[in-house]
Design a protein around this ligand. Sequence first.
Ligand code: PLP
Length: 411
Amino acid sequence: MLENQLLKIAQDFGSPVYVYDAEKIESQYKRLTNAFKNVKHLKLNYAVKALSNISILKLFNSLGSGIDTVSIQEVQLGLAAGFLPEQIIFTPNGVSLNEIEEAAKLGVKINIDNLSILEQFGTKHPKTPVCIRINPHVMAGGNANISVGHIDSKFGISIHQIPHILRIVENTKMTINGIHMHTGSDILDIEVFLYASEILFETAKQFKNLDFIDFGSGFKVPYKQGDIETNIEELGEKLSKKFNDFCKEYGKDLTLAFEPGKFLVSESGSFLTKVNAIKQTTSTVFAQVDSGFNHLIRPMLYGSHHDIVNISNPQGRERFYTVVGYICETDTFGNNRRINEINENDVLCFKNAGAYCFSMASNYNSRFRPAEVLWYNNKAHLIRKRETFDDIINNQIEVDFTTKKAKELVK
Ligand SMILES: *Cc1c(COP(=O)(O)O)cnc(C)c1O
């Protein structure tokens, strides 16, 4: 999208506002599909939690994608967006047996990542096939918060517990239709990922009724210049070959599944904010925008970098700024950034704001969550209204402190 198109959206829809470029989502989807064109059955299940607006889900539905969901509410959202139950996989962590049964009743694919739940579910519903989430104990990225395959992770059933899984399957007569892993959020090294895939293939051989193998996600996209990015084409070529060889050995053309979130939507997103004030201290020039970690928490939560661009003054002289929010806490978006000269009321654009940005937004400081706009067919479509005061007060219940009893309590 062009900067003047973004600026126009900030003018028309107000700020702060999230903008998503449908064309970028489509091209990422096609790029991934194309990288695995040598696999007979490929299924991409978009990870809803990255960006869960119903119009985004409908866009994925129109592309032929399935979805990966982590809560019963995401399952319901997917159904509301028009996905068929069989296009939805439920991959929760630490949810109740009850919630898994609810999802199973809706007919969606079930992925279980806990031996206790597997045994209970298999005992009660031996006729419902399930996929199992394996922890291959492979470190994908460097950051312990986003590497979920290592030994102390809460995710998945340890590779060392396969004998116990087999025991449960034998005792309950349940069917395992898929093997799944999701090692972490950033695949920095393809060889590491391929190594994990070998472990998964070895595991898969022990289950005779598989329909699919799900390699999760972890595709890294560049957040700033010079960032390492997963080489999708190389991964596609190498993993496809391994997968096709495995299918031959297994004696069946299985489906190769992925569940990317960030790869598909991160770069499509721009978050537009307006500069409320410029504040100069003895060492720093702060640009204070009309937002905070209530709208975009990744920089504060994970130390994530989002490029920040002044789209109101793209030709301006570059200066150093620290961009902060309006929340009554430290909410630094970017420290000591080189940005085209900023004036009050300028619109700053945060890049890579498609994944885990709006979906992590809150009402902290009793602020409204932003509007969302989808840029599709060269036109801006409002896909979520900015909240209003009603949204803040709606579920709150006032106690009447004027009654006699309440007055006595106060005394
Ligand atoms: C979050 C999540 C994903 C998506 O991860 P990305 O890094 O956004 O691609 C995929 N699968 C599962 C099970 C997840 O929890």
